[in-house]
Design a binder for this molecule. Structure first.
Ligand SMILES: [Zn+2]
Length: 229
């Protein structure tokens, strides 16, 4: 289930690792994890396109160090000086292999920082493309990921002809969080919260605005889903 609020500790526990880096390829050998942020002060230019069904994710800079005092002014890299692949290189290779039919799409769980202390699980995406482009004065990596309905079981191969899913925009999530006071609008519970769209897009829901999204706890969200299904 996606669009649920999750704490950083729960994210790390679920992924079985301390999520220090924004890009984490091949966790457990069957999926990857990326952390995104659309906040104005975010370090990278991630963006949602195609009505919120597509994420264009920016690659990450070289680590800051003696040979690289200001990573923002040098080209992003795909390999370490030793020749081994950096995260950019791993994601890039997987996307190119998918594009040329040599592998299934890499499944990527996406977590989004809404504001300090509040993260949202944005669900599973398929990594479908990658390229390099000129930023103002340097070269950066870009990755294209599409949000898919379901496909959460990593023990089985990725779903084919999978339905696209729409992510609730960050600005809407933040506004709803504030309006509903960070608790379930039915019972006031403050844990296991979910951003609930009044009618799922796949069932004909209209555009996602603050007015048709509400915070629900896991129990009330499930009850509502059962009614719709
Ligand atoms: Zn509730």
């Amino acid at each position: 289930m996606s669009d649920n609020v999750i704490s950083y500790i729960d994210m790390c526990q679920r992924e079985g690792t301390s999520l220090q880096a924004g890009m984490n390829f091949g966790l457990g050998g069957n999926h990857s994890v990326i952390l995104m942020s659309l906040r104005a002060n975010a370090p990278y230019r991630d963006r949602l396109e195609d009505g919120g069904t597509t994420l264009i994710y920016e690659g990450h800079d070289q680590p800051k160090g003696a040979h690289c005092p200001n990573p923002k002014v040098v080209d992003q890299a795909d390999r370490y000086p030793s020749g081994s692949l950096m995260q950019n290189g791993k994601f890039f290779g997987a996307a190119q292999q998918f594009k040329t039919g040599r592998r299934e799409p890499e499944r990527v769980r996406v977590y989004e920082k809404i504001r300090t202390g509040i993260w949202s699980y944005n669900g599973v995406f398929h990594l479908v493309d990658s390229w390099q482009e000129k930023d103002d004065f340097r070269t950066v990596f870009k990755f294209k990921l599409v949000a898919v309905e379901g496909d959460e079981d990593f023990a089985v191969p990725p779903l084919r002809n999978v339905q696209r899913r729409r992510v609730i925009p960050s600005s809407v999530k933040l506004a709803v969080w504030k309006r509903d006071g960070g608790k379930c609008t039915i019972c006031g519970a403050k844990d296991e919260l979910h951003f609930d769209h009044d009618l799922p897009w796949s069932k004909g829901g209209t555009s996602i605005t603050e007015e048709n999204v509400q915070l629900l706890c896991a129990r009330h969200n499930l009850e509502k889903r059962d009614r719709i299904v």
